[in-house]
Design a protein around this ligand. Structure first.
Ligand SMILES: [Zn+2]
Length: 265
């Protein structure tokens, strides 16, 4: 009996041992599952938290971007600001001629060597216009016409030294970019009224008004009209006239457009 009891006791101990192992194994498995799920949750929570932080950070760091974004579509790439010189542009080997019309602006400079002098056809048209103006009691004078590259460089550099480049770019062309280098441009004033030369006040004088209304009949256009700075690249200049010939000048005058618009650029 003693032996049997001993065996029974041994069996009993043996069973308890396996129950303990079994329960432990189940507990361990459950713990592993719990830990796995717990870790996953933590990971997801951390990820969510990180996302929240970076969103908050970007909102804090880039308010300018968020403000700037809606304005971007208003400035399409195909319509760059005409008042700004393209960066790193080199002066070309040949001038830009569109439909037979020579063009010089901030996007279309002239070669440094382009030096036609004052174009006789333009001078002749100016003299005819001057004679017509004289009949109206006006004594027109072209106080600045052809300027070569070197002269324009001298002028521009002096304006930059005086007012800074940003201001100078609004009223003076960089060398190679001046329309005066075409030999087709006349800055016009009245003799004896020099105080209005190259001044906005010229537009309010009799001479300025006469030219604005009649220059096209002689082949000249007011090259930089009021409100067209974003197209021509220059602020209004009531004294700066460009010879393009009677037909084109008349069409531009009647349509009330700029040379750039006429040329479709
Ligand atoms: Zn001018």
């Amino acid at each position: 009996m003693k032996f049997i009891n001993r065996v029974n006791q041994k069996n009993k101990k043996f069973s308890i041992k396996w129950v303990v192992i079994g329960v432990s194994a189940i507990m361990a498995a459950l713990a592993a599952v719990w830990l796995y799920m717990h870790d996953l949750d933590v990971e997801q929570s951390m990820k969510a938290l990180t996302d929240a932080v970076s969103t908050e950070e970007s909102a804090v760091e880039t308010p300018k971007d968020e403000v700037a974004k809606p304005t971007e579509p208003e400035k399409p790439e195909e319509a760059p600001d005409a008042t700004i010189y393209p960066e790193d542009i080199e002066l070309p080997k040949a001038p830009t001629i569109i439909n037979g019309v020579l063009l010089a602006n901030k996007q279309h400079p002239l070669p440094e060597t382009y030096a036609p002098g004052e174009v006789p056809e333009a001078r002749s048209a100016f003299e005819t216009m001057k004679a017509a103006a004289a009949e109206a009691g006006l004594n027109l004078h072209g106080f600045s016409t052809y300027r070569d590259f070197a002269r324009q460089k001298q002028l521009y550099d002096s304006y930059v030294a005086k007012d800074g480049q940003q201001a100078a770019d609004r009223y003076s062309a960089r060398p190679g970019y001046s329309e005066h280098q075409t030999g087709l441009t006349f800055d016009i004033g009245e003799a004896g009224k020099e105080q209005h030369w190259a001044s906005a006040s010229f537009g309010d004088t009799e001479g300025g008004k006469w030219l604005a209304s009649n220059a096209h009949q002689y082949g000249f256009i007011l090259r930089y009209p009021e409100g067209s700075e974003h197209i021509t690249g220059y602020m209004h200049e009531s004294w700066h006239f460009r010879y393009v010939g009677k037909d084109i000048a008349t069409e531009i005058y009647q349509q009330d457009i700029t040379l750039e618009e006429y040329l479709g650029i």
